[in-house]
Write a protein that binds this ligand. Structure first.
Ligand code: AMP
Ligand code: MG
Length: 405
């Protein structure tokens, strides 16, 4: 039997190697509208107080709180967006809208629901008015010079809003890595085509472009390379030129048409070519200059699982993310699971919360070509190397890859 020349290493060893090369990309300035999901590259401080003026938090009447008479003479109206020269004195009130600056002299706002307007007066139907009532003081939310966001924080909608609040029209962020996605195989046709004899449709490019997007990166579609050197070389060269990372699927096994590993060896350095991992054993990682190249096995489950375990953490780290690993959870097996102890196996499962524990049910036959075993799966059960079969009720670690119901 021909032996692969690549030494086997563990998934943990592979990850350590990959993360050594997956450096955060240099930061760039982007418009706020493009900042969502990016990692902030620098600390951000507030340029001004928020609110910048004493602001009414309700629609109502600006008054002097110490004043006890229910009737106040109306002296005018203060709406949001301008400063007026109204001056509220005891016995008077100014109509005011939410977000408007509280006029001078006033130290409280009575909400409109607790008043009644009559001719040029307003009657306050509230026994006492507290000084400061319904007024947001200057700097209540954010003080000028406050550190509002830290470098390394992931910008969600609220964080983007804070950037807008402190006047950052543009923000320094780690950009989304561009990931070139390539399928390889003479048997592959596009999804819109009817496969001829011996052919199947290419699914990997679509699943991989999907997980690339989910990881916050931008896919670049390199199409399908034939199992032939010239075509493969041309597409790989384009990927390495235009993207930060190349992810291919297929062509890394032991067949004489498995041309990807030799090509990567020729172009750069192959760091590993075989893992104690099921599915995904022939997963290959190379660097070509500053570019990272991952050659994933072609079986649809193998390619996705190996992406999940090794490529996704690299993509996260390149985006400056500290949460490179998926959360793990101890789960109980709802049924017995057969497992060979020679490799760590990642079985697709559905994990559910029941009572105070989590239970895992398999998604069925775990063949590495059976993409349906990933449909609806929210976890990968980690069945460690060196451990044989598992019984129903046994506890294992699960990588949570989607919401657990
Ligand atoms: P390979 O890794 O090229 O030996 O391919 C392993 C298995 O995965 C074969 O049965 C291929 O037909 C299948 N395969 C490879 N690439 C794809 C793809 N892009 N979409 C669906 N199946 C694929
Ligand atoms: Mg192939």
């Amino acid at each position: 039997m021909p032996e692969s020349k690549w030494p086997m290493i563990t998934v943990e060893e592979a990850l350590t190697i990959v993360l050594r090369y997956a450096c955060p990309l240099p930061s760039v300035e982007v418009n706020l509208a493009e900042a969502l999901g990016r990692t902030l590259a620098e600390d951000v401080r507030a340029d001004e107080d928020m609110p910048p003026f004493r602001a009414s938090s309700v629609d109502g009447y600006a008054v002097v709180a110490a004043d006890t008479q229910p009737e106040r003479r109306l002296i005018g109206e203060q709406t949001a967006g301008q400063m007026s020269d109204l001056r509220v004195l005891p016995g008077t009130a100014a109509r005011i809208t939410t977000g408007a600056p509280v006029p001078e002299g006033a130290d409280a706002v009575v909400m409109v629901e607790r008043t009644e307007e009559r001719d040029s007066y307003v009657v306050i139907h509230q026994p006492t008015v507290r000084s400061g009532e319904a007024i947001r003081p200057i700097g209540q939310d954010i003080g000028r010079g406050d550190l509002v966001l830290r470098a390394g924080q992931v910008l969600g909608p609220a964080e983007v809003g804070v950037l807008a609040t402190v006047g950052r029209q543009r923000a320094p962020v780690i950009p989304a890595p561009v990931v070139a996605v390539l399928s390889t195989g003479d048997e592959l046709v596009e999804p819109g085509e009817r496969p001829g004899p011996g052919q199947i449709r290419d699914s990997n490019r679509y699943t991989l472009m999907g997980v690339v997007r989910q990881a916050g990166a931008v896919p670049l579609d390199l199409g399908i390379a034939r199992d032939e050197e010239v075509d493969l070389r041309r597409r790989v060269a384009r990927g390495l030129a235009e993207a930060d990372i190349l992810v291919s699927s297929g062509g890394v096994s032991m067949g004489h048409l498995d041309l990807v590993k030799p090509l990567l060896e020729e172009l750069g350095t192959v760091h590993f070519g075989r893992l104690y991992m099921k599915p995904g054993k022939p997963l290959t990682f190379a660097t070509v200059g500053s570019r990272l190249a991952f050659a994933l096995p072609g079986n649809p489950v193998s390619s996705l699982v190996s992406f999940e375990l090794v490529v996704r953490p690299a993509l996260m780290q390149m985006q400056g993310r500290s949460d490179t690993a998926r959360p793990t959870r101890r789960v109980r097996l709802a049924h017995a699971v057969r497992h060979d102890d020679d490799r760590t196996e990642y079985q697709r499962a559905i994990v559910r919360r029941e009572g105070d524990g989590y239970w895992a049910t398999t998604t069925g036959f775990q063949g590495s070509g059976r993409l349906m075993s990933l449909v609806g799966a929210n976890a990968l059960l980690v069945l460690p190397m060196g451990h044989g079969d598992f019984a129903a009720g046994d506890e294992v670690n699960a990588l949570v890859v989607d919401d657990v119901g």
